[in-house]
Structures are given as C-alpha cells and as structure tokens.
Design a protein. Structure first.
Length: 104
C-alpha cells in the first residue's frame, strides 16, 4: 500500500484536515506458456488491486462557509487478483469506480 497525505477538494469544498489517500502498487505474476496439446498459448494473469477497504469520513468546509461530512474509501489490504489476460482479443482493461457520498 502506498500512502499520500493531501487535502480533498470536492467541487467547492475542501477537507478541514489533510487525509491519507491509499493506492495499490506492485508486481504480480503473469505468464504465457505454449500448449502443444491445445496448439496455442495458455495465459495466466494477475493484477495488483485492493483486497479490503474501509469507508472513512472527513469534515469538509465549503466556499459558502458551510460544513459537511464526506465519505471516501481507503484501502486496507492489497494483493494479486486473478484477471482476464484478454477480452475479445484486446489487452486487459481497467474498470474505474468513483464513489463519493455527502452527509448534510
């Protein structure tokens, strides 16, 4: 897990205190091996990604002076996850999920 401490900026609101933003990085096993029996390559792919997360909340102050709570997701554990090596003959693709919630 890599960690970066920064202020969150969401629209016209900024976190009152800096928050720790986490990310997964690392090398995971990937292989290609020719199968004489099947007469093509067998691929095995894994990627580094979050295995467990936790919801955190931070106080935000907006340009109009109002405050609100903001929820964000923090990574607790990273690891190698089995993934498809190809999708319809194309290279692996990544799915990005954006998850923000506000409480007033």
């Amino acid at each position: 897990i890599t960690k970066n401490t920064t202020y969150l900026q969401i629209e016209d609101c900024k976190s009152v205190e800096p928050v720790e933003i986490t990310a997964c990085e690392g090398a995971c096993p990937t292989s290609s091996m020719y199968s004489a029996e099947k007469k093509h390559f067998m691929h095995s792919c894994t990627c580094c990604r979050e295995l467990s997360t936790r919801e955190r909340k931070v106080e935000m102050v907006c340009s109009d002076g109002k405050t609100k709570k903001h929820s964000y997701i923090s990574i607790e554990k990273c690891g190698c996850h089995v993934t498809e090596c190809e999708k319809n003959g194309e290279l692996p693709y990544m799915l990005t999920t954006k998850r923000h919630t506000f409480e007033y």
